[in-house]
Design a protein around this ligand. Sequence first.
Ligand code: NAD
Length: 330
Amino acid sequence: MSTSSQTKVLVTGAGGFIGHHLVTFLKQKGYWVRGVDIKYPEFSEVDADEFELLDLRRWDNCLQATRGIDEVYGLAADMGGMGFISSHHSQILHNNSLINIHTLEAARINGVKRYFYTSSACVYPEYRQTETNVVPLKEEDAYPAQPQDAYGWEKLVMERLCTHYREDYGLQTRIVRFHNIFGEQGTWEGGREKAPAALCRKIAVAKLTGNHEIEMWGDGEQTRSFCHISDCLEGIYRLMRSDYPFPLNLGSDRMVTINELAHIIARIAGIEITIKHVPGPMGVRGRNSDNTRLREVLGWEPQLSLEEGLARTYAWIEQQVAHKLGISVS
Ligand code: NAD
């Protein structure tokens, strides 16, 4: 039940991984929440006060989505893991540009006060990410710009648009750059899944079928950092409530190779695996988050260890895989 004193928020992309978790988180904080997406959440019930199925590429739908709203968390995007974003450039640039340009302008027209934009580590220039032992990326490293094709370019341009809306119209925009968020209830099959979920699935299949060889794209020596959804939610909330208007990294600064990631998951699963390296898209050679500014601005940084985050995620994905294979696990 909404009361007039309750802040009304809109979460776009509320049928997706982070958006669905964020709706639950904001409900627990006492907000009135409207969720919007082109699909319902796949793995559990909607917690939002209202959930509307709307295609946010359309201007009229963006006006409808933002009506009567005080604050927007814009998470809707046509996206996926490296396999997806490296092979759908036109679709990604076209769809995400329309979604974000229309949602931001509709928010302004409808008098929204605060707007949270979800950018990505993919805005950082490829020339700073050519080594596995990469220097962690600071916010100002985004320029001179040479982001990841299509997906990263759209994110960078929308960061600029949010900044100009704040300067020109006084709409309080907050901009986060996520570094590889993972966790329970994220996409784990179908082509849009990211490395942690794909590896959890492959290792669960290996465990449940007894064939302990898994395939991995590339040599597995590429490096990344991974942040669990629970820390992501806390960081989103702290940044939205802060007065910091510039892009801010949100991720872990513990860098691992993809081979190491696979072995951590295998240890959690309690099996030994053999990795078969096969050709496939790998993205940049190395990437890590510099969290100096995150600590300064929010007085906080991600808390959960990679092992604990992966243990929670693996347990959930193993259940999904077992269900699909028709195997019961204790
Ligand atoms: P997700 O794919 O699970 O969620 C995105 C949601 O947007 C999906 O449910 C999708 O149906 C919805 N959507 C797509 N097109 C739409 C449209 N036309 N109208 C309405 N809804 C539409 O992705 P996620 O991991 O939850 O990511 C959320 C946001 O964070 C995205 O903007 C993404 O680019 C950004 N991000 C995520 C990560 C990560 O590691 N997960 C990293 C960097 C940035």
